[in-house]
Design a protein around this ligand. Structure first.
Ligand code: ADP
Length: 368
């Protein structure tokens, strides 16, 4: 096992396009770290540089403390699993598992032992004689994982390994990968565009956008304290609601966000946040509230936002209510009973202490 360290690792493609703008972070020994971001954000580029499949334009990459910028992929002691598992169709599962080891001229007995061990770990024992055509998508992906496993690498690199599976299989294979990681304790770097995969699998997550790291933290820390509007709206489904407008003092020392003519959101910041908000008086501010932190208003709510119900989407365990409020589109998660009607005007309450504050221009989070 080994840690992976990146120091200002940068990728500029031959056409001048900056794929990764300079990444600095460390993947701990035995850690499962997820790289997540929208399509084109540079996550595969980053993974491929770690694998050695892409040259590094600048910066330093270390695996297990050794600088590997110029080391060939086969000598980096890594194994990679791709989205398209590309098994050899004419070979059995056992032969597919053994193939990479044969190329590396391990002796027969050692190969057989490793194949047996990987098959046991991934519950492929009963399938060893089958050809890939006779396997389900999930089983094929398990064979692809097995091919990486038999190599006993220091680091596993996984590039969207579940994207070709249907939703149900994705969920179960995700659990399997998590279990596999706990069992092996091997360092893993996992690339996905799927925020649910990132949140459920990652011990820590690196969020990327346009080749730049936006934030690195544990899943819940990212969810609770997103560093900017990009992270705030990328993680979470439905997305975080954003309310924006100029901030004003209400005369009693309180602050209000003016969302539209006659629609104001009273803010109840603590002392530290009150100080951080002071420079925004008279300027535009963005307030974030997650859909689960809003509700249909009841007696005793301090702020009551008028909003018009646009759609009601029951999903079984809960319902998503889409509303319009002074030019802002909002989504509220509610229990799936006593739901409002489309077209109805309702009043929304919210958890004032769960508000997130962002600078509208830079998108940066204000304290904390
Ligand atoms: P992701 O994996 O996050 O979807 P990639 O790492 O594959 O994104 O690509 C990051 C960006 O680099 C994309 O905008 C992509 O178009 C660009 N890119 C990838 N390969 C090349 C290349 N060979 N030449 C120029 N640009 C490239």
């Amino acid at each position: 096992m080994a840690s992976v360290q990146l120091e200002q690792v940068r990728k500029v493609y031959p056409n001048g396009f900056v794929g990764v703008a300079g990444a600095t972070f460390e993947i701990g020994d035995g850690e499962l770290l997820v790289l997540v971001g929208p399509s084109g954000c540079g996550k595969s580029t980053l993974l491929r540089m770690i694998a050695g499949l892409e040259t590094i334009s600048a910066g330093t990459l270390r695996i297990g403390g050794r600088v590997v910028n110029e080391v060939a992929p086969k000598d980096r002691d890594i194994a990679m699993v791709f989205q398209s598992y590309a098994l050899y169709p004419h070979m059995s599962v056992a032969e597919n598992l053994a193939f990479g080891l044969k190329l590396r001229s391990h002796d027969k007995a050692a190969i057989a032992a490793r194949v047996a061990e990987a098959a046991k770990t991934l519950e492929l024992d009963a399938l060893l004689d089958r050809k890939p055509a006779a396997l389900s998508g999930g089983q094929r992906q398990r064979v692809a994982l097995g091919r990486a496993l038999v190599r006993q690498p220091q680091v596993f690199l996984l590039d969207e390994p579940l994207s070709n599976l249907d939703a149900k299989l994705r969920a179960s294979t995700r659990v399997e990968i998590s279990r596999l990681h706990r069992k092996l304790g091997t360092t893993m770097v996992y690339v996905t565009h799927d925020q649910v995969e990132a949140m459920t699998l990652g011990q820590r997550i690196v969020v990327l956008d346009k080749g730049e790291i936006q934030q690195i933290d544990t899943p819940m820390a990212l969810y609770e304290q997103p560093a900017n509007l990009f992270v705030a709206t990328f993680l979470g489904s439905p997305k975080m609601n954003l309310l924006f407008g100029p901030l004003r003092e209400d005369g009693d020392g309180g602050l209000r966000l003016r969302i539209a003519e006659g629609v104001e959101l009273p803010l109840r910041p603590d002392a530290a946040m009150r100080a951080a908000l002071q420079p925004y008086v008279g300027r535009e501010l963005t307030v974030g509230l997650r859909p689960e932190d809003m509700h249909l208003s009841h007696e005793g709510d301090v702020g009551r936002l008028p909003a018009k119900v646009e759609t009601v989407e029951p999903v079984g365990s809960e319902a998503y209510i889409n509303l319009g409020c002074g030019g802002c589109d909002l989504v509220v998660r509610l229990p799936p009973y006593n739901l409002p009607q489309v077209g109805q005007t309702v009043h929304l309450g919210y958890e004032a202490e769960r508000m997130h504050f962002f600078d509208s221009a830079s998108g940066k989070r204000l304290l904390p």
